[in-house]
Design a protein around this ligand. Structure first.
Ligand SMILES: Nc1ncnc2c1ncn2[C@@H]1O[C@H](COP(=O)(O)OP(=O)(O)OP(=O)(O)O)[C@@H](O)[C@H]1O
Length: 315
């Protein structure tokens, strides 16, 4: 278990992490999400004793990381920056790490096999692809058989097979009762992987909830299409008058927000409107996330996300 209590980090006048209080529980994959500059890496560095909090605490099983007697056996970490000597092979790197912590060479071979690097284990790490580097990092994180795993953007640079492999590995590690805390920018990936999400923006906690709750709480949208454009306009007017957000798409269909398909179907029936489309769109984590973090962006994002909040009524 990882416990953050009013964890705060200031750099000069800038508050990178702002009174973060959250508990990351074992037996689950907890996703750690936030826009660029939200404070994820700073939080992770403080948990791992690589940065000192300005105030508050980050504890692992009730202790500071720096007070753990065998940290590598308690916590495995994969950080964004590669910390492998480029001239060293994967095997030499892991063996050196293992020796420092009293871990045998047998475990090194097991971890190389687990991450699929046995054949490449003799090559210089400098010649590795980004994906191979990530696999090596994961092998290093697992070397001490730790009960807690902290992974900063683990699927960075991996191909689709690699992404699936990391996802299955994280799920398996959580199923063994370990605490798995994983940061990511990829909302779709987290939707498939995480049980629970911690979302931050500008250093502050925005959400700490099971993923299902977050998705259920996001706005519900329905796509409505009809060949009778005049009556469809009448339907749009009725819905708008009732406070429903309605957007007209380029193809003439409507996207409504905050009302069920059943309600729209009934209303259309009452107006004598023939519908060709009445399609409840799945609320995705992406939408829930965009809604939550909208106010805490360091840079504009909507253009990149293809999501224009203003056109939807400025939610
Ligand atoms: N050593 C530092 N000195 C000054 N400011 C810093 C330092 N480290 C981080 N910051 C600032 O603190 C804020 C949080 O940064 P952090 O890297 O933790 O965010 P992040 O959520 O990990 O972002 P990203 O997803 O882009 O990596 C940013 O505004 C960043 O510029």
């Amino acid at each position: 278990m990882i416990t953050l209590d009013a964890l705060t980090k200031r750099y000069g006048g800038k508050t990178a992490v702002d009174a973060l209080t959250v508990t990351i529980e074992p037996g689950k994959v907890t996703g750690f999400l936030g826009p660029n500059g939200a404070g994820k890496s700073t939080t992770i560095r403080m948990i791992l004793g690589l940065d000192t909090p300005t105030s508050g605490t980050a504890l692992i099983g009730g202790r500071r990381y720096t007070d753990l007697r065998h940290p590598v056996r308690r916590v495995g970490a994969l950080l964004e920056a590669r910390a492998v000597h480029p001239g060293r092979s994967a095997r030499a790197h892991l063996r050196a790490m293992a020796r420092t912590h009293g871990i045998g060479d047998k475990r090194v071979e097991e971890m190389l096999a687990l991450v699929g690097l046995t054949e490449a284990a003799g090559k210089r790490a400098g010649a590795y692809s980004l994906g191979m580097g990530q696999r090596l990092g994961i092998a290093g994180a697992l070397l001490g058989d730790p009960e807690i795993l902290i992974l900063d953007e683990p699927v960075n640079g991996l191909d689709p097979d690699g992404v699936r492999w990391v996802r299955e590995l994280m799920r398996a590690l959580a199923a063994e009762g370990r605490t798995v805390f994983v940061s990511s920018h990829l909302m779709s990936e987290m939707q498939q992987t995480a049980d629970h999400l911690v979302i931050i923006g500008r250093g502050r906690l925005l959400a700490d909830a099971p993923i299902d709750t977050l998705i259920a709480g996001s706005a519900r949208r329905v796509k409505v299409g009809s060949p009778e454009t005049g009556r469809l306009d009448a339907l749009a007017a009725r819905l708008s008058a009732a406070g429903v957000t309605v957007r007209r798409e380029g193809d003439g269909t409507l996207i409504t927000e905050g009302v069920t398909a059943a309600t729209i179907g009934d209303l259309a029936f009452n107006l004598g409107l023939r519908l060709h489309e009445l399609w409840p769109m799945d609320a995705s984590l992406e939408e829930a996330y965009l809604g939550l973090t909208e106010d805490s962006l360091e840079y504009g994002r909507r253009a990149h996300a293809g999501h224009d909040a203003k056109a939807e009524g400025g939610r």
